[in-house]
Design a protein around this ligand. Sequence first.
Ligand code: CUA
Length: 147
Amino acid sequence: MDRYEKLVLQISTVLMIVFAAGVAWSVFGLGVELPTCLPGAKPFARGELIKHADHRYEAHYLAKMWMYEPAEIEVPEGSTVDIYLTSSDVVHGFNIIGTNVNLMAVPGSMNRATVTFDRPGTFQVVCHEYCGLGHAMMAGTIKVTEE
Ligand code: CUA
């Protein structure tokens, strides 16, 4: 074996050990929770948009072949929306284009994200997990109206 090849293998091994030790230290030493779904949460059976206050909303999204419920929501500019997402059949994706919201809709459990819409416009929601024949058509709309 070439001596440089040997050196690269040794460095790689050390780096892998350092990486694994770093993950173990953050979980067991620092108590960092690994990202997860909301265990024990009771998924809802239908989607809806709930208004809590001015510019404060909660959206319950139900993903199913091959649509989102609600298919379209409308909130005013500057609104913060807590999104709760589940699926009633298979695993779907949930990506709001132009935001950092990118979730998986998993049957029997719930995922959540919070997003603030600072500018008016129409935001597309697309499924990014192959879920069957209608996958390419699975989309929703979030309309953010001007104040
Ligand atoms: Cu739902 Cu792809």
